[in-house]
Design a protein around this ligand. Sequence first.
Ligand SMILES: CC(C)(COP(=O)(O)OP(=O)(O)OC[C@H]1O[C@@H](n2cnc3c(N)ncnc32)[C@H](O)[C@@H]1OP(=O)(O)O)[C@@H](O)C(=O)NCCC(=O)NCCS
Length: 203
Amino acid sequence: MYDLTLERPEDALAIEDILDRAFGPDRQKKVSYRYRVGVAPIAAYCMVARDQDRIVATIRYWPIRLSRRKALLLGPVAVDPALQSQGIGRALIHATLARVRAAGPCLVFLVGDPAYYGQFGFNVVPPRIVMPDEDPGRLQCLSLRGASLPDHGARLYRDALPLSATPSLEGSPPIEPGQDERQDSHEILVAQHRFGHLAQAGS
Ligand SMILES: CC(C)(COP(=O)(O)OP(=O)(O)OC[C@H]1O[C@@H](n2cnc3c(N)ncnc32)[C@H](O)[C@@H]1OP(=O)(O)O)[C@@H](O)C(=O)NCCC(=O)NCCS
């Protein structure tokens, strides 16, 4: 049996080790990592699975914005490769989503395999909802307690930071909120065309 507990500061190194082994050393190049640079995960939702004192799995949540609305980004979630397919990942996701749900209406986004996350209620987002540079077929959302996606085109942003605290994101698109709606719409169209979507922002 594994204990599911909140992540503690001293778990950080063991978590990095599991992430490296589960995803490989290039994991930090994933688009979703841009949304975590310089942003603290939400401690109340970040949990680990422990086998006595050993960390065997991790899940984290981050604040993001959908246009100007607050939302959450789930991930990474990873289980020690030697212990996968035993229900640990599923248990961590259910336990943390219960915490998120208890806090009120919320949109939870993630990038991952729809074949796995459908069981938790996640759906691939419609083409009007965009994470620039990410494969739209892997961007999924779970609407909790009546939260709903906007009817118009919208894109995901890293949660706002004071400019002085913003680390360099060389090579990546600007992902800070505060741009006007026309710029949002333009970026949504560019992202859709890049991935072959014909739907227009706002459709
Ligand atoms: C994905 C992951 C978190 C799932 O946790 P887990 O404890 O191994 O899996 P669970 O026991 O909850 O679920 C197992 C089932 O999910 C399936 N599954 C696992 N990863 C899957 C994927 N990427 N797509 C579809 N199904 C998947 C397994 O085949 C298994 O199916 P079965 O029950 O029919 O045998 C874990 O396998 C992992 O860390 N993988 C590597 C990192 C990763 O891909 N993380 C997710 C990022 S999108």
